[in-house]
Design a protein around this ligand. Structure first.
Ligand code: GLU
Length: 507
């Protein structure tokens, strides 16, 4: 058996396309079948430079490897597989051959109708509350007239002739069950455009047949086209593949997933710092579930447990919080070193390079010196709180910079009940106590806490009156991990230096 992913190269991989690719990939792999990538680029108006290369890189990033189709080698496009070319724009001769065959057998006909005539027809149909449909004007032209007009150079398209017999077009959809359509409601679809290029419908059917596709897995938006495709398979005398139309993706308000309500490009999610494992796990659940409480599925688990017959009919709601939740889970599954490797490419900022940690690289993480060990400790602290990799640089900043900003307003925030006098006392006491502590005691969060809490009690201060100034001086930030955790990560020397800097600026 064989499945395919057949995107139109529009410039980015739609998140729905990613799900289609994933389901087709999983189904192929679990059945030990083939999986191919075919580029449906017959719409010349929508051609986008570099779109195919981008698609290939994105599929590769997600680990959706295919057996046949275009791939990149040294930045150039190559093709692998015995059924190519895999770009529809390179297959126009093949489509022409089958379109001629369809015309010869009365399953298709040339149509010379102008855009104006078609527009008028549609308006009339709308006024009569009829569904828009080609009125078959050109089906009834005499063969002589057709010949003459073609010779004269009139522009024409080739339309499919939907037959009224058999009176029902039927097929079994793996997701939606038995599907039946009345041929009278099916439009005579254009198969070849006036520029000689095929439409999606003809190219898709010819290619699926010639490339040996046994199972077509695609979005529900293609369901209305399927009877046309079935009619084409019948007209060409070919066995149609099995179809599975997977549910639409919806916004939380149940409208069709759209750019307006969030990102629809898979690349945007990569950019924002969602991990591959999280996106795949999340996407797999958009229309499928294992029927158990289990939620975490690696690609291998999915190959084993995904089941096309458990795919739901109802639209699948794209819930970004759920994706964040998966992402948090997979971030916390990493070792600090693994996570550091993912964060480093995002730390290529001026402040990082100017900091004393600016020299840390992927290699030093593999073989950490003292500075890298400190960096890994900081990563470990933020790891428990991060939702996306994108947040990491900001969250790491105060750990890595030489000095944190002096923010008096934050320090003496009304609700914290800290005035200048209290702050000076707090810093003095903290410095005094911490100077007497060993490095180990400070790095041991529990031990540090015990000692500092004792000091607060002895000084007759409220917890917040000490811990808030401590946190502000150590991080310079409004939101940060707790004081003890931060001090433990910073260590004795850095903590004291930062407390002293605040004290100096206050006195
Ligand atoms: N080229 C179509 C798309 O962009 C493929 C639809 C199908 O899988 O048949 O989605």
């Amino acid at each position: 058996m064989k499945t395919r992913f057949a995107p139109s190269p529009t410039g980015f991989l739609h998140i729905g396309g990613l799900r289609t690719a994933l389901y087709a990939y999983l189904f192929a792999r679990q059945n030990k079948g083939g999986f191919i990538l075919r580029i449906e680029d017959t719409d010349q108006k929508r051609y986008t430079e570099g779109a195919t290369e981008n698609l290939i890189r994105t599929l590769d990033w997600f680990g959706l490897h295919y057996d046949e189709g275009p791939y990149l080698e040294n930045g150039g496009l190559k093709e692998k597989g015995d059924f190519g070319p895999y770009f529809q724009s390179h297959r126009t001769e093949i489509y022409k051959k089958y379109s001629d065959e369809l015309v010869a057998q009365g399953h298709a006909y040339p149509c010379f109708c102008s855009e104006e005539r078609l527009e008028k027809m549609r308006m009339q149909q709308a006024a009569n509350k009829q569904a828009p449909m080609y009125d078959r004007h050109c089906l009834f032209l005499s063969p002589d007239e057709v010949k003459q007009r073609i010779e004269r150079g009139d522009l024409y398209v080739i339309r499919q002739r939907i037959q009224e017999d058999p009176p029902r077009i039927v097929f079994e959809d793996t997701v939606r069950g038995n599907m039946e359509f009345d041929p009278k409601t099916i439009d005579d679809q254009v198969l070849i455009k006036s520029d000689g290029f095929p439409t999606y419908h003809l190219a898709n059917v010819v290619d699926d047949h010639m490339m040996g596709i046994t199972h077509v897995i695609r979005g529900e938006e293609w369901l209305p086209s399927t009877p046309k495709h079935i009619a084409l398979y019948q007209a060409l005398g070919w066995e149609p593949p099995t179809f599975a139309h997977i549910p639409l993706l919806l916004n939380p308000d149940k409208t069709k997933l759209s750019k307006r309500q969030g990102d629809v490009a898979a690349e945007d999610y990569i950019q924002k710092g969602y991990l591959r494992e999280a996106i795949i796990n999340f996407i797999a659940f958009l229309g499928w579930n294992p029927g158990t409480e289990e939620e975490f599925f690696s690609m291998n688990d999915l190959v084993e447990k995904f089941s096309i017959s458990r795919v739901q009919k109802a639209g699948a709601i794209f819930n970004i919080e759920k994706l964040e939740w998966f992402n948090g889970h997979y971030i916390r599954q990493k070792t600090p070193a693994e996570l550091a490797q993912l964060i480093l490419p995002r730390l290529q900022t001026k402040w990082f390079h100017e900091s004393e940690y600016g020299q840390i690289t992927e290699e030093s993480v593999d073989n950490p010196d003292e500075k890298t060990k400190y960096f890994l400790k900081a990563v470990e602290v933020i790891q428990t709180r991060m939702k996306t990799l994108e947040e990491a640089p900001d969250m790491l900043k105060f750990f890595l910079e030489d000095e944190v900003p002096f923010d008096e307003a934050l320090l003496m925030r009304e609700k914290m009940k800290v005035d200048k006098g209290v702050a000076i006392t707090a810093f003095t006491k903290l410095i005094e106590t911490m100077e007497g502590m060993s490095e180990e005691d400070i790095k041991d969060e529990e031990k540090q806490k015990e000692i500092l809490m004792q000091m607060i009690q002895d000084a007759g201060l409220k917890n917040g009156q000490v811990l808030w100034p401590m946190r502000v001086a150590l991080t310079g930030a409004e939101y940060s991990p707790g004081s003890f955790e931060v001090a433990a990560a910073l260590g004795k020397e850095k903590s004291l230096r930062r407390l002293q800097a605040y004290l100096d600026k206050l006195s």
